[in-house]
Write a protein that binds this ligand. Structure first.
Ligand code: SF4
Ligand code: SF4
Length: 219
């Protein structure tokens, strides 16, 4: 299954190059196909397309190469902390609405001035944290991921675990950059799932597959 990770790396690199060479598709084009795919199959955008997600992944890989210690939020704390991004989503929506209500002139000045300086600092900070902690921004702060994740809970395609044969070794959970407890989930429909397929690649026995949601078994 490592081939899928190689393919993901290539796709991420392509979109990263697109960002720097300005051949990224227009936002309107992206959003027209994004919503139906999210509802059907989950938030692949975050795991395969988003350049900032890719940059965090690459910094995590670098951290592993340098054998830096890995940090992980305990599941009990993760359950609550992952709600943060919905809070930020709400606050940012209110903030932008407020700035727009004050006048488009104020809004554009806000976007061009302090905001960009602060954003650059924040991006660098998150990239440094990614050396020891998987996808810190996506896990707790990304408002776009929060919005898309909410739609993805309806998906009918996702990661299926072979519950009869799974030995619950936990390697899939450990490989998940979004800290989802895959080893104890029959069908991953979690709003944080970014479709990266790390869990599928990590299972030594191939007990995880991407596919259609299983129906209820008749007793
Ligand atoms: S890695 Fe495979 S065997 Fe281990 S818990 Fe996950 S699905 Fe089960
Ligand atoms: S559950 Fe699997 S596909 Fe989803 S984010 Fe975690 S590792 Fe990636």
């Amino acid at each position: 299954m490592r081939k899928i990770q190689l393919l993901r790396l290539l796709v991420q690199a392509l979109f990263m190059a697109g960002l720097f060479m300005s051949f990224m598709p227009k936002t309107k084009v992206v959003s027209s196909w994004l919503l139906p795919t999210i509802i059907l199959a989950g938030v692949f955008f975050c795991g395969w397309v988003c350049p900032f997600g890719a940059a965090q992944d690459w910094m995590s890989k670098l951290g592993r190469l340098l054998r830096l210690p890995r940090l992980r939020m305990p599941q009990g704390t993760q359950r609550y902390l992952q709600l943060l991004r919905y809070g930020f989503y709400l606050v940012s929506t209110i903030g932008i609405t407020f700035a727009l209500l004050k006048g488009p002139h104020n809004f554009s000045r806000f976007m061009r001035g302090d905001f960009l300086t602060i954003a650059s600092g924040i991006i660098i900070l998150f990239l440094l944290v990614s050396l020891v902690f998987d996808r810190p921004f996506c896990n707790y702060f990304c408002t776009g991921g929060a919005r898309m994740g909410l739609f993805s809970v309806l998906r009918i395609f996702g990661i299926k675990r072979n519950t009869e044969q799974c030995r619950q070794c936990g390697q899939c959970s450990k490989a998940c950059p979004m800290n989802i407890d895959v080893a104890h989930t029959d069908f991953v429909r979690h709003p944080n799932c970014i479709g990266c397929m790390n869990c599928v690649s990590a299972c030594p026995k191939g007990y995880l597959k991407y596919g259609l949601m299983p129906g209820n078994k008749k007793k």
